[in-house]
Design a binder for this molecule. Sequence first.
Ligand code: NDP
Ligand code: HEM
Length: 489
Amino acid sequence: MVTSNEPVYTTSNGCPVESQQKYQRVGKNGPLVLQDFHLIDLLAHFDRERIPERVVHAKGAGAYGEFELTDDCSDITSADMLNGVGKKTPCVVRFSTVGGEKGSADSARDPRGFSIKFYTQEGNWDWVFNNTPVFFLRDPTNFPVFIHTQKRDPQTNLKDATMFWDYLSTHHEAVHQIMTLFSDRGTPYSYRNMNGYSGHAFKFTKPDGSFVYVQTHVKTDQGIKTFTNEEAVRMSATNPDHHTQDLFTSIQNGNHPSWTVYIQVLTPEQAKAFRWNVFDLTKVWPHGQVPLRKIGKFTLNRNVENYFAEVEQAAFSPSHLVPGVEPSADPVLQSRLFSYPDTHRHRLGVNYQQIPVNKPLNAFNPFQRDGFMCVDGNYGSTPNYPSTYRPVTFRPVKPVVATAHEVWTGAVVNELFGEITPDDYLQANGLWEVLGRTKGQQENFVHNVSVHLCDAHRQTRERTYDMFDKVNKGLGEWIRLETEKLAQK
Ligand code: NDP
Ligand code: HEM
């Protein structure tokens, strides 16, 4: 007879068990018996504790927070979250590294993921951003092969500098992102001390059919703070979980990190006449030409109670959008719209949106039924088709839009799109000049490249020097000098 209110230990079917340590066997030395459900239940569940880790961005940390709209955006979007100054929207955030496995070091040189899921009144809106404003590629077919080169060699299972630079030195559209990655921003001091960028253009839309292209910038209020290469390497050894710990303890201590959110806006006409292709993920929109417009601020104020339930099972996707926001035609973004829900169905199952951290405030779709791990009552007796006896209510999200936003016409073509042009080195050189504004940053960049590149084959090193010389005459030579000193050791 149980008298206290404390839960009592049971098997998974709720049967009380008198000791976790006891098990059934024949006599004192004999074999076990299959009827011992407590033992089998415990072992079988343990055997299945691991789910596939994310194929990229496997190591991460997360927390809950709130977005507050400080500047109204109703002139450019009907998105509920961005209409009405002062409106607050709850959110969950997950920060991550990209290339390493789930147990890898937080301070590795790597871009950082910066994902936010906003629980808005009209659905979950996910920002699946990085801490860099550009990316290594603009052609989606390159993503899987590029990622392979940043991970482990198929034979040795080791990270491989030749593989890493072999890809990058033969895909020069990556050079702008390489400049960012090998600057000290490639090793942030903590998740609290870095920015997030949409990278892609998205469309903000209005019910009248009009739209603008938007880039989003999420800037840290804690200030940018970075490790040097050597500090980052030391931290990998002394505390591989430094960023995870920093985020958790700072929130626990009431030191709530915040970020101010800005957007850059281009009308379709401006985008058409723009110096840069707005669908090219390897380019920024220079601040001088497209100024930042402040829209809000978000603050992280609550740690999760359970890491697996609320961080590991969080499922972000650039296709989780809300009325008033649409994807642009950027081909990398278009591919991502497919890839994330696809990987969630593989990693978490077809009902991943039922997991509490992913559950929208107001979802209702009785036509999506059954499937593995359907745990929300499965809509009970509600018809699973558009029944005339119990009709489903449809609500125009906003007044119906008659005009198409964009009209695409033409034959389907199957081509190489990503030809390298002199433009591909210009913004990389722009960043080289930005680094020159702060004492020591160019030197650190050259050092950071050299200590990595020195382990690559000679032919790959040579190709890499040539690539950097195209960014800035003399940069390749400077990197060669430093790298070859180390390579000869
Ligand atoms: P600006 O001269 O207006 O500003 C340069 C920007 O570079 C800063 O605002 C800052 O971005 C970022 N930055 C500053 N120091 C570093 C550093 N050590 N490592 C990496 N980034 C740094 O720049 P433009 O807009 O004319 O662009 C020049 C170059 O700046 C670009 O080629 C791009 O590489 C880089 N940049 C541009 C961004 C953009 O969206 N326009 C965003 C980030 C970088 P922030 O304020 O976001 O921290
Ligand atoms: C994670 C695919 C480009 C940001 C992932 C995951 C996949 C993926 C499969 C794992 C998701 C999961 O298991 O939950 C792709 C593909 C890309 C691409 C196919 C290009 C074709 C990008 C770009 C950005 C980005 C350009 C940033 C601008 C992220 C982030 C995560 C992630 C932040 C981690 C999400 C989380 O915290 O759970 N990506 N990606 N990716 N990606 Fe991408």
